[in-house]
Design a protein around this ligand. Structure first.
Ligand code: C2E
Ligand code: MG
Ligand code: MG
Length: 573
């Protein structure tokens, strides 16, 4: 009797505590739920019911229990749950944050703690989840404010630096355009801050419109009237086009509150990996170039070169010296042999510009060509080089000692509608057949403006041969490449020189040789510095070879000596 009394006392105690526990369970601010090892619900509290928009009785109904992964509403969270439950069952308590997006309820970020409980019926996972949506949103707001400019909504300098620093070499090249609006200060003073703010927003819209036309191209605002455009990968190759569009757009009058303003622009450009070894250094380099562009009234766009960071006034001096050197015709042309690796063909020559500066010695062509391009002197320089190259090559061609002469063209030359006519007259005056001249153009022209392609076509019609130089460093679309009437690809020396020590380089060389041959094009490898690479290229069926191991670029007299001593130049045993 007593026993029964005690028993029912215990039972009612148990029931009381169960009810208490249930009430406690349901009143918690946190969601609490219990899952079996198949991630199906064994129990959950009210909070969890409301978060999922499903009643506990439905979640736990016999034969209808569903795994939580079916209810969370996104694949990432489902994967997180699967992994966490597995690890918990292996004895490791779990803590993680995830996004719940249940079909029947609002979405929220939750922080979850999970532990394993072993009971007679087996192992279970108990999870306690807390709503952290507000904290997340607050953090996102703070993050947004610290990384964006409040006036224009553009990402700021901190974001820019972060964006560049997280860029890896495998992500491809980068181009940074630092843009300054010279007349903005006047606008600010004349029209007041409110209107100036509107002008800044209009500039932002215009720059964003331009950026939208290119993939992976973004606009940042660093300060006041200073903007930056960053292009990645294929778009980085289009930096000239982008810079041209910005200059063109900012040169047009802008209508703001009934007033017409012409703002103008100055642009500094830096490229990775051509100019800097780490993407994080691009902004400083572009700003140094911008600084130089701002100092020179005649320059709208300036490209980075190392001396810029070292000394500011240098560029102007060098620019003047270059102008003088072109005028005095003191830019020389050296010739470098390109030898056939198979068959009996004659040696060919590439004309390479050389500037022996009176005070500095030899200036790298990459440097002074870029200087000439950015200061509008490239056409004059090119005609000087063409004249010298033809004058030196003509006798060798007439003596049938060489097959042809290759000349490098800057993309700017092809924007000149009269280029082909002038070129035709020039070769005729030296008695040179068009087919004895090869013009080297860079890969980016394949992707370039119509005018350039028109000039390319007219040159081909004239009968000169065309070659794509530095192949592999740009991003060619094969279909466009097919449309270009070229006869040869020159694989860039950066892949060739070290190809025996770098599997990737060798793979690129092999693929490029195959590609060229499949398109019926000849292939030239440049930058050959040792016999082993030369031998390997010959085995790979490369058609022509160029590099220091064979012969450096030489002044014409020394080149003649080289030709004299080589009975069959370039034959590889
Ligand atoms: P490029 O047209 O690809 O010329 C080949 C470059 O490789 C030349 O550099 C040549 O001297 C160099 N080279 C030759 N053999 C070797 C070698 O074994 N190892 C290495 N590491 N390099 C080798 P250079 O003369 O310094 O010219 C650099 C670039 O400047 C040229 O590259 C071309 O893009 C440009 N350039 C030179 N002359 C002219 C010109 O008259 N007009 C234009 N638009 N660009 C020119
Ligand atoms: Mg070349
Ligand atoms: Mg090259």
């Amino acid at each position: 009797m007593n026993g029964t009394q005690d028993g029912s006392q215990h039972e009612s105690d148990g029931e009381f505590y169960a009810q208490l526990l249930r009430a406690y369970f349901n009143s918690a601010n946190d969601a609490i739920f219990v899952l079996c090892n198949e991630l199906k619900f064994l129990s959950c509290n009210r909070r969890m019911e409301s978060w999922l928009g499903v009643a506990e009785s439905d979640l736990t109904r016999h034969n209808c229990r569903r795994p939580i992964t079916d209810l969370v509403g996104n694949a990432d969270t489902a994967i997180l749950f699967e992994r966490a439950v597995r690890d918990v069952l292996d004895g490791e308590a779990q803590h993680f944050e995830c996004l719940l997006e249940p079909p029947g309820a609002s979405q929220r970020w939750v922080e979850i703690n999970m532990t394993r409980v072993d009971v007679e019926a087996g192992e279970m996972v108990i999870a306690v989840a807390r709503d952290v949506t507000e904290r997340r949103e607050q953090m996102a707001r703070i993050f947004y404010q610290s990384t964006h400019d409040s006036l224009t909504g553009l990402p700021n300098r901190a974001s820019l630096q972060d964006y560049l620093e997280t860029h890896n070499a495998q992500d491809g090249p980068l181009a940074v355009l630092a843009i300054d609006v010279p007349r903005f200060r006047d606008v600010n003073e004349a029209l007041g801050h409110n209107l100036a703010d509107e002008v800044l927003k209009a500039i932002t819209d215009g720059l964003e419109d331009i950026a939208r036309q290119y993939r992976d191209t973004r606009v940042f605002r660093l300060a006041g009237d200073q903007f930056v455009i960053v292009s990645k990968g294929v778009a980085a190759e289009c930096w000239k086009e982008i810079s041209g569009s910005v200059q063109h757009w900012l040169a047009m009058p802008l209508k703001q509150s009934g007033i017409e303003l012409t703002l103008g622009s100055k642009i500094g450009v830096s490229l990775y990996p051509s100019h800097v070894s780490r993407p994080g250094e691009l902004v400083q380099a572009a700003e140094a170039a911008l600084h130089a562009a701002k100092r020179d009234a005649a320059t709208g766009m300036e490209m980075y070169y190392p001396e810029l960071l070292a000394s500011g006034g240098e560029r102007l001096v060098l620019l003047n010296d270059l102008r003088q050197a072109i005028e005095d015709k003191s830019i020389e042309v050296y010739l470098q042999p390109i030898v056939p690796l198979h068959g009996q063909g004659l040696v060919r020559l590439e004309a390479l510009a050389r500037w022996n500066h009176p005070g500095r010695g030899m200036v790298s062509p990459e440097h002074f060509i870029a200087l000439a391009e950015s200061s509008g002197q490239i056409l004059a320089l090119t005609w000087l080089v063409i004249g010298r190259a033809l004058a030196q090559a003509a006798p060798l061609l007439h003596e049938q000692r060489i097959e042809s002469v290759s000349i490098n063209l800057s993309p700017y030359c092809l924007l000149d509608a009269g280029f082909t006519m002038k070129f035709a007259t020039m070769i005729a005056s030296y008695g040179i057949e068009p087919m004895s001249v090869m013009l080297e153009i860079t890969e980016s022209i394949a992707m370039s403006e119509r005018m350039q392609q028109y000039t390319v076509l007219s040159l081909r019609e004239l009968g000169v041969e065309l070659s794509i130089d530095d192949f592999g460093t740009g991003h060619s679309s094969l279909s466009k490449l097919r449309q270009l009437p070229v006869t040869e690809l020159k694989i860039d020396r950066s892949f060739v020189t070290n190809m025996l020590n770098d599997e990737n380089d060798e793979a690129i060389v092999i693929a490029t040789i195959q590609l060229a041959h499949s398109m019926g094009l000849d292939i030239v490898a440049e930058g050959i510095e040792d016999a082993e690479v030369l031998q390997r290229l010959s085995e790979l069926n490369c058609d022509y070879a160029q590099g220091r191991h064979i012969c450096d670029a030489l002044p014409i007299e020394r080149l003649r000596e080289w030709l004299d001593t080589k009975k069959r130049p370039g034959r590889v045993a």
